[in-house]
Design a protein around this ligand. Structure first.
Ligand code: TXA
Ligand code: MG
Length: 329
């Protein structure tokens, strides 16, 4: 393995004061902590820190970046991160804490990193009901991004042994809180327009949601793929500029996204240049990816030329996103 996220001593923490304090401390220091929620165990990282979030992808060996759910201790904390319309507010009040995730527009006060949102202007938020999850979020004092705590392609874990079976040596700790009760992931509802959409069925039944809001939920694929109006719930961030991959040389009117020390020919004269990681560190590159794309796009360049990036470790997920950005039109 060529990423640093893969060689860690994994502690099993007990569900007491000391275990919680330690788990929160690790999270605040950019570490990775798996913790129980009522649905499944989540692999948590400080959602506000893109580098910490990059660690999630490295540990899971996930080949692509998708938006992650950020977990909060209360509706009040969630309202700092996202904008809740009337429907979203009613759903939050009825089903939080609990196995429901709401995808809402980002608030101006949002502190959740670009990487956790996969560059989108919306954010997935959930207030879990599990008492340990709640206590951990309160002690940590910031939003915690957490997909299920399994390696990519494996089943979601519902106890600490499952987590260790998949991630021992790849994460800093697992907070052992026994078995998850619900066993399936949270229901995801997007409230981004007048029509709320069901992005993923889960722990809260559709019927309960529809009864509460007095209308049917529209269909919407997980990750927001289809069938949606353009721009409404795009699952991928797409820059306005054209994206040109594996650039060997750069034109003067182009913006350039560099990686490592070998710059393409003409990069010095480019309109703007940003380097994802001078040291060729893929974790650092992942952490910068979405914000740098946005910055280069904002320069007004018609094209963003991108240096070659290796297909190893997190490079696979980075290249996946860049290819989508290059294809999207
Ligand atoms: O039960 C659960 O929800 C578990 C536990 C650990 O809380 N968490 C979980 O998280 O399943 P995660 O990060 O794997 O869920 C990611 C999904 C994405 O595939 C996407 O469907 C949706 O959440 N999502 C999150 N933010 C989104 C956004 N801004 N736009 C569209 N979909 C979003
Ligand atoms: Mg999962």
């Amino acid at each position: 393995m060529n990423n640093p996220g893969s060689m860690r001593q994994t502690q099993r923490l007990t569900s007491d004061e000391a275990g919680l304090a330690r788990a929160a401390e690790i999270l605040r220091r950019r570490g990775l902590v798996a913790f129980p929620t009522e649905t499944v165990y989540g692999l948590g990282a400080d959602a506000t820190d893109a580098q910490a979030v990059a660690g999630i992808y490295a540990a899971k060996e996930r080949p692509s970046f998708n938006p992650l759910i950020s977990h909060l201790d209360s509706f009040e904390s969630a309202q700092k991160q996202g904008v809740f319309d009337e429907t979203a507010r009613r759903l939050a009040e009825a089903f939080w804490p609990g196995p429901l995730t709401l995808v809402v527009p980002v608030a101006p006060t949002c502190t959740i990193s670009d990487l956790a949102r996969a560059g989108l202007d919306s954010v997935g938020l959930r207030v879990p009901a599990h008492p340990l999850a709640h206590a951990l979020l309160q002690t940590t004092g910031r939003p915690v991004a957490a997909p299920s705590a399994n390696r990519s392609g494996r089943v979601s874990p519902t106890d600490a042994d499952h987590v260790l079976g998949d991630l021992d040596g790849r994460i800093d700790a697992v907070l052992d809180g026994g078995s998850s009760q619900v066993g399936v992931e949270s229901t995801i509802v997007a409230c981004l327009s007048d029509t709320p959409r069901l992005l993923r069925p889960g722990g809260v039944p559709r019927e309960a949601i529809e009864a509460l809001i007095g209308m049917k939920l529209e269909a919407g694929a997980e990750g927001g793929k289809s069938p949606l109006a353009p721009g409404m719930l795009a699952s991928h961030y797409a820059p306005r500029a054209r994206v040109r991959l594996n650039a060997a040389s750069v034109e003067a009117d182009e913006a350039v996204l560099l990686f490592g020390r070998d710059a393409p020919k003409g990069a010095d004269a480019a309109r703007t240049a940003l380097n994802l990681s001078k040291n060729g560190d893929l974790m650092e590159a992942a952490a910068h990816l979405f914000s740098y794309l946005r910055q280069l796009d904002a320069s007004g360049a018609g094209t963003i030329a991108v240096s070659p990036i290796p297909e190893t470790g997190l490079g696979e997920a980075i290249n996946d996103r860049l290819r989508r950005a290059a294809a999207e039109r």
